[in-house]
Design a protein around this ligand. Sequence first.
Ligand SMILES: NC(=O)c1ccc[n+]([C@@H]2O[C@H](COP(=O)([O-])OP(=O)(O)OC[C@H]3O[C@@H](n4cnc5c(N)ncnc54)[C@H](O)[C@@H]3O)[C@@H](O)[C@H]2O)c1
Ligand SMILES: O=C(O)C[C@H](O)C(=O)O
Length: 309
Amino acid sequence: MRKKVTIVGAGNVGATAAHWIAAKELADVVLIDVVEGVPQGKALDLLQAMPIEKRDCTILGTNDYADTAGSDVVVITAGIPRKPGMSRDDLLMTNFKIMSDVVGKVVAQSPDTIIIVVSNPLDAMAQAAFKAAGFPRERVIGMAGVLDSARFRTFIAEELQVSVENVTAFVLGGHGDTMVPLSRYSTMAGIPITELIAPERLKELETRTANGGAEIVKHLKTGSAYYAPSAAAVEMVEAILKDKKKILPCAAYLQGEYGISGLYVGVPCKLGSKGLEKIIEIKLTAEEQAALQKSADSVKELCTVIGVA
Ligand SMILES: NC(=O)c1ccc[n+]([C@@H]2O[C@H](COP(=O)([O-])OP(=O)(O)OC[C@H]3O[C@@H](n4cnc5c(N)ncnc54)[C@H](O)[C@@H]3O)[C@@H](O)[C@H]2O)c1
Ligand SMILES: O=C(O)C[C@H](O)C(=O)O
């Protein structure tokens, strides 16, 4: 039997995630939204691309959670995106209400599922979903680090004029201005980029990465990025469905790792069929640890505001 993935929110990120899943023939997809007609229309449109793409996936658009029953993975993208001049934190109250509404309905239909949270502000929304779901931390994971690291990898590959396949990078911390691009653990063909790119230039690439979301919002004006974010969420879905044991930076509920407790923060994680299978602890310098702590503090502030700290 094919795997089943539900995507909550049939907007830009949600519909594009459905597209990537179907294009990779990873699973049958259920696309659900509060707006009537939009998930149905987008799902039917995508379904009609399957004969052309030679992919056998069903794609169902719906407003009824009964259709999501028994999902292996649920990706939550429901929520408003930011516009120019806004920070992700400005979305907190609106998206918290949406998250609280959605998670209960998801869990009622798929009590054994693994939830991947995408809605912003990411780490606080992951924490809200975790508390609302009542699942173990292994089954509620936030997507941000894969996207932020992909942005960093893009800029490094451009800088060094090499294939993106040669570049690995890690961005840790919360998905906000305080995220922590870890140049020391980023490589080109195994060579630390700190040996290849001058420190001042590296700093510029780190800053561009940290502002990567805002750079796209400024261009788009009406919303935020969705091609790379949806591809990032689908990389996590694939790692879980195929039990790949893949190490990816994800927002996970820390219980003492990196000296942080009771909070979602981006760290390197091993993803497999059980969801979050391990948190990888890498040695940080005092400066990196302080930056991670600062980032965690800003996540905690948001969690306190919505009462999920
Ligand atoms: N974590 C990340 O790295 C990352 C990256 C990109 C976007 N995002 C976030 O993802 C969210 C979605 O972005 P988008 O560009 O797809 O926005 P969008 O406006 O295109 O889509 C959001 C969809 O959510 C739906 N929705 C609203 N309330 C709902 C509810 N209660 N139940 C079901 N659906 C509901 C809307 O009808 C809409 O179709 C935003 O919060 C955005 O900030 C996060
Ligand atoms: O920037 C945003 O608001 C959307 C997303 O978090 C991103 O980084 O692209």
